[in-house]
Ligand binder design. Structure first.
Ligand code: NAD
Length: 340
């Protein structure tokens, strides 16, 4: 774990167990140069503790880059609670997690993520004020989806020469809080949807409400389309899967879409434009950060509108330097995060 912390330049890793509630949690703080570390809390099953810690570390690094490129005065952090099927009192578990967050005295601020809801954040808020996306503050997912939708239009403009999505085939992988809201906006804009989700109920809903065409989960990556939008979990693009893609661009909400940066070079070689995940999916972070600061919706909307602009700049920069957008984004982020 120390080797991974060193290679990702992670500041600290905090662990907590609370036998009374069954809590087993990890908080990774990547960097706090620009401000306190903010990032969501996942509540998912993990095959082992190392996988959970690795997830928190990698995601926290992405949060530092995301906050920096979004121009927010925040560092990056992430929490993982290992889902325990035998937990009887979910509220008590999240209250215990709130005490863990509070023990870090504001160095980490939590939020919703995969497997957690605004109601869970309300429970956390019983024990700490270092929490966002409560029921009062609101769910960030629709704002993430809005940012991804605007980012897809910017990506289409850069790669296909138009931001009119009418008739464009978009493959949405994962129809959760962000993926479904994104699919709704794409449908309203006239895009043809190809969708997959491990949960058949989500696919059925998209077929009924959005005329989406279902594709088996393992087949979506190789389905011909204009834009592939990963909105599920985990790194979907590795050196093998990237060779199966049959799209013009990749632009979706999922965090950590690439297993490593060389995959971005493969995408570039194949002429597939990649919208860096931590830029295109920053809408939710922008929403929670500015809500936490007490900003109004007008200010938040104006800040969200910078996502496609930032993406367009990165695409242009990458083209000028004959590099991949992922490498350019990483260089820009590292300059800000490490003052390098
Ligand atoms: P979610 O848990 O609500 O939904 C994820 C969905 O994807 C689930 O329905 C799951 O069944 C499905 N899924 C997972 N892997 C899949 C795969 N390989 N193929 C098909 N379906 C798959 O999560 P969410 O909040 O919608 O977030 C989706 C992604 O976007 C995550 O990677 C998350 O970290 C990232 N993200 C979310 C936000 C936000 O505001 N919620 C913000 C930024 C980034």
């Amino acid at each position: 774990m120390f080797a991974l912390m060193q290679s990702t330049r992670t500041h600290s890793l905090h662990l907590c167990v609370d036998p009374a509630t069954g809590l087993k949690a990890v908080i990774a703080i990547h960097n706090q140069r620009l401000g306190p570390a903010m990032g969501g809390c996942r509540y998912l099953p993990y095959p082992d503790d190392d996988t959970a810690m690795t997830d928190a570390i990698r995601l926290a690094q992405g949060m530092s880059y995301k906050a920096a490129l979004a121009g927010l005065p925040l560092g990056g952090g992430k929490a993982v609670i290992i889902r325990n099927p035998h937990v009887e009192n979910r509220a008590a578990l999240f209250e215990a997690f709130g005490r863990f967050v509070d023990s870090l005295e504001g160095r980490y601020i939590t939020a919703t993520d995969s497997g957690t809801s605004t109601l869970d954040m309300d429970c956390i808020a019983q024990s700490t004020r270092h929490v966002t996306s409560t029921t009062t503050a609101g769910d960030p997912s629709p704002h993430s989806a809005m940012g991804v939708f605007a980012g897809i239009r910017a990506t289409a403009m850069a790669r296909l020469g138009t931001d009119n999505l009418e008739g464009l085939r978009v493959a949405v992988q994962g129809l959760g809080n962000v993926g479904f809201a994104l699919a709704e906006q794409l449908h309203a804009a006239g895009a043809v949807l190809l969708v997959s989700d491990h949960d058949p109920g989500r696919v059925q809903l998209a077929m009924e409400q959005l005329n989406a065409l279902p594709v088996a989960s393992e087949a979506l990556v190789s389905t011909p389309c204009d834009i592939f939008a990963p909105c599920g979990l985990g790194p979907v693009l590795n050196s093998q899967s990237v060779m199966q893609l049959r799209c013009a661009a990749v632009a979706g909400s999922a965090n950590n879409q690439l297993t490593h940066l060389q995959v971005a070079d493969q995408l570039e070689t194949r002429g597939i434009l990649y919208a860096p995940d931590y830029i295109i999916n920053s809408g939710g972070l922008i929403y929670v950060a500015l809500t936490h600061q007490g900003q109004d919706l007008g200010t938040i909307t104006a800040h969200l509108a910078r996502i496609p602009t930032r993406l367009t700049e990165v695409f242009a920069h990458a083209q000028a330097e004959k590099s991949s957008p992922a490498r350019v984004a990483q260089q820009l982020a590292e300059k800000l995060v490490y003052n390098a």
